[in-house]
Design a protein around this ligand. Structure first.
Ligand code: AHG
Ligand code: MN
Ligand code: MN
Ligand code: MN
Length: 335
């Protein structure tokens, strides 16, 4: 009887593809896999376990934290801290980064940046949410506390990136620079199985994802692109379809499978956009490029942007190459 490959078997079978010393990647990913299972467990009983609703404080983003934001953050930190490969973590939910300085971390080579719970506004309404992670090699000397520079690296230096999507099924999708592979969690067995090998986004698509409620605040190029999407032109498959879930992970995953473009532009109410470069845009840009798509801020490749702050925001255009190029054409024309 043919069965799917487990995540563990996949890593062992593809060691040559992983730019890590033997076993390091599996330790890194197994900590993310474990934390993902624990967050998934909490989400699946959210309505029963008193973890819906607001935590009662704001995060550094000025957002009201949801209980699950804080719980997911704590679960990932404690799980990642328990592995010797990681020497520090930065998170959407923490103002500053955390350095792991126990004895087991003295040879640690990697830092992790994480959005522990993406799509928080959807938690209480039972809509797909996710976790996004980005992994770099540290720049500072092993055995010393991590520094801000370890985290402020351009996206083109990532060694791995991925997301967990807690949806109708729970999936782990990641890349280490050799393509994108998707694993589906079987709760009955407690393992992730390879369900979407070598994921590639269609070159073009019919879906555009943007919060049109902000239309009045958008730059002229985005307004023109949206109107272009809505024009009647059967020869170019228009009008396109609008789909916006409000969880980046969910919109991204659907576009990755079907083709499409996700745009969170800057606006008068969000002068640099809403999405954070280090733990939302860079990891999603790495995945998208590895899957044959594109990701920019409307002008410049996301992974070539030089970060200056841990929580900096950038405009985000991400998806099928042809669709991103079309949106960038309007951005260029209406600077
Ligand atoms: P987070 O919940 O991690 O703060 O991220 C929410 C992001 C992203 O997931 C989503 O696409 C976008 O915010 C939705 O923003 P709007 O509600 O402003 O459209
Ligand atoms: Mn997010
Ligand atoms: Mn978040
Ligand atoms: Mn948030």
């Amino acid at each position: 009887m043919q069965r799917h490959t487990t995540l563990g078997e996949f890593i062992i079978g593809n060691q040559k593809d992983f730019p890590y010393a033997k076993g390091e990647l599996s330790a890194l990913l197994s900590s993310i896999r474990l934390a993902g299972k624990m967050v998934n467990q909490e989400i699946n009983k959210a309505g029963l376990a008193e973890i819906l609703g607001k935590f009662g404080s704001d995060n550094v983003q000025g957002e009201e934290q949801m209980k699950l934001d804080v719980l997911a953050n704590d679960l990932f930190i404690s799980t990642l801290r328990s592995r010797g490969e990681i020497c520090g973590i930065a998170s959407e939910e923490m103002e500053d980064y955390v350095s792991f300085d126990e004895d087991i971390h003295k040879d640690a080579k990697y830092v992790v940046l994480i959005d522990p719970l993406d799509g928080s506004s959807n938690i209480d309404v039972n809509v797909t949410v996710g976790t996004i992670f980005s992994i770099y090699r540290r720049i500072s000397e092993p055995g010393t506390p991590v520094t801000l520079e370890d985290f402020l690296q351009p996206g083109n230096k990532q060694v791995a990136a991925g997301y967990l999507a807690y949806g109708t099924s729970t999936m782990l999708v990641f890349t280490t620079g050799n393509g994108v592979n998707g694993f589906t969690y079987d709760p009955g067995i407690g393992s992730f199985f390879l369900s979407h090998p070598k994921m590639q986004i269609p070159e073009d698509g019919k879906i555009y994802s943007i919060n049109e409620g902000n239309y009045v605040h958008f730059p002229e190029g985005v307004k023109k692109y949206i109107k272009w999407c809505q024009e009647l032109d059967p020869a170019t498959n228009r009008p396109l379809t609008s789909r916006y879930i409000g969880s980046l992970v969910a919109d991204f995953h659907r576009n990755l499978l079907k083709g499409g473009v996700y745009i969170y532009p800057k606006g008068t109410t969000a002068p640099k956009g809403k999405l954070r470069l280090l733990y939302e845009c860079n990891p999603m840009a790495y995945l998208m490029e590895q899957a044959g798509g594109a990701a920019s801020d409307g002008y410049t490749r996301i992974m070539d942007l030089d970060p200056t702050e841990l929580h900096e925001r950038v405009p985000f255009f991400c998806g099928s190459k042809t669709m991103v190029a079309k949106a960038e054409e309007f951005m260029d024309q209406y600077r």
